[in-house]
Structures are given as structure tokens and as C-alpha cells.
Design a protein around this ligand. Sequence first.
Ligand code: SAM
Ligand code: SF4
Length: 324
Amino acid sequence: MLYDTFGRKIEYLRLSVTDRCDFRCFYCLPKGYKGFSPPDSWLAVEEIERLMRVFSELGIDKVRITGGEPLVRKDLPEIVRRIGRLPKIQDLSLSTNASQLARHAQSLKANGVSRINVSLDTLNRARFRDITQGDLDQVLAGLMAAKDTGLHPIKINMVVMKGINDHEITDMVQFCLKHDFTLRFIETMPVGVTGKGATDRFLSLHQVREQLESVYQLEPAAMRGAGPASYVRVKDTRLRIGFITPLSQHFCETCNRVRLSVEGTLYLCLGKHDNMEFRPLLRKGISDELLKEKVLEAIARKPERHEFREKPGEIVRVMALTGG
Ligand code: SAM
Ligand code: SF4
């Protein structure tokens, strides 16, 4: 098992398989963004498989494939297949914008992805285009395909932004109730190209919760693998709602995760620079034994907590590279 120097058990790895994306969410990869990493610096399928095997032998048993948009990487089906057959990986999931999910849902399920998270900030077509530059209908088609395939739970991630989509909270609740999706609200974080994300639109989720409580009766709820989200259930329904509050109430003391970038750099905290580069080690022919020592050395670098509030703008690094 892997423990960091603060006694936290590290069992979860987020794997960014690409920093490319077919969307341009303004808080993540704004229009005109040119800083993508060149393909020869991406980890190859074999390198990903090897690293995932080594991590899993040390105690990582949950992997979430993310990006960028993972479904734009051409060899994603092979990556999923190879991770899905690693014996020590118990839980393989994927985060996606769902634009291409309609044609991938079945093979993802068949190759071991059990559950997915889908970004969806609005149900309004024009606003969706404004936020993402993408097509809402394509995303909805992807979501319905995933539901039909039996991927469960399907969690909707909504970044709530003041004056942009904060009036759509109850619409999203109704949408998730109708389709049996789980809903998670997320506070915008100061990361990305400018180091600011959409923080000028920041809205504390305390306000969202108050808004919900004026309409619905909420009761505390548990959720398997809840991670940083604290959950409630809408009384007399199956709908669970999660609140992810990296700013208004950080959850670093229970952080169990690390992030591997598309270039093979392990980031120990989304809000800090501490990292270790694995790609040069792999390409120099490091043994499994030494690789394991390097993983332990990296985990020991995991900082206690982010400082998004104290030092906003410190992380000028797109979420797509590290894997949000
Ligand atoms: N493309 C996939 C998607 O959108 O779900 C996976 C990668 S995306 C970087 C992962 C998550 O990061 C999304 O839910 C997105 O909303 C979130 N995200 C990106 N930039 C953010 C920011 N500045 N603040 C809060 N969440 C952010
Ligand atoms: Fe793409 Fe996801 Fe970032 Fe939006 S949040 S630009 S969909 S990677």
C-alpha cells in the first residue's frame, strides 16, 4: 500500500491520455490555445500499460482516464483494454465531455470501464456553445448511449459560474432526476492558461446548496468512492447530488490521488508544482524495481494541501495536461 508523509493512503490515479480536446471550455482550454504537447512526448500505450501495472502493484487500484478529451485519442480503445485487464485495478472509470461517447460507449463498457463522469455545465444550446464551442445535441446523444449501454453511475459534472449558469441549477436537477444520473456541482478553480480559470465567476457552493434547500428536501447521503464530493440525496428520490468545494472548503486532508500527465509526469497535487517525470526514466530503460522506488520517492513529495486561496494564479498549467 502507498502512504504519503501525512499518512494519507494513495490509491487513486488520474491518467491524462491527451491534452487535446474537441471543445474549448473557456475556463479550461480557451479558444486559440496553442500550448499542446507534441505527440512524441506523449506516453505510448506500452509505456502507459507498464506504469499502470507498476502503480497497481504498489497499491493504486482505481484509475480514471481523463484528459483533455480522452475520446479524441485514437488508440484510446487499446489503452482501455490494457488497463482493464490489469489484475490489481479494481475500478476503471473515464471522464469525458461525451461529444464522441455515442460511438465509444459500448466498447468502453466491454473493456472494463464501469462508470463515467460527463461535463455538462448547461442545458441551453446557445450557452453550451458559448462555454465550450461544442454541440450540446452531440453530448446529449452520447449521454443517452452511455445510459442505454448500462454504464452506471453516470455522474454529471457542472462547474457553477456566477451569471453564466447559476440559474440552471434546478433544471439540471430535473434533468438528472429524469435520467437517473448523479449530479455534482464544482467550484471553479484558479488553474489553466491564465492561472485564473473562471474565478471572476466564482460562486461558493454554499449558495447553491441554499438555493436547492429552498426547493427540495435534502438528506445526507453516502456514495461509494465519493472522493472529494460531499453528497446529499433529494428526499424520496434516487437522485444524489455532490458538492465539490476545492475553494470554499478544501478536502486535502482526505486526498487519496495523484495525476499522471499525458507526458508521463506525475503531479502530486492539482494546485502545486511538485512532480516527478517518468517518461525519461522509461525511455532510458529503467527496471521495474527502480521504477517502484521512484514511485515511492514521488509519493513522498505529495504536499499537504493546495493553496488556491492563498496563492491564486500560481498554477499556470492547463487542467487538460494534468487530467482534471
Ligand atoms: N474533457 C473531459 C471533461 O470535460 O470531463 C475530461 C477532462 S476535464 C479537464 C475534467 C474536469 O475538469 C471537467 O469536469 C471540467 O469541468 C473540470 N475543469 C476544467 N477546468 C476547470 C477549472 N478551472 N475549474 C474547475 N473545474 C475545471
Ligand atoms: Fe475539453 Fe474537458 Fe477542458 Fe472542456 S473541460 S476544454 S471538454 S478538457
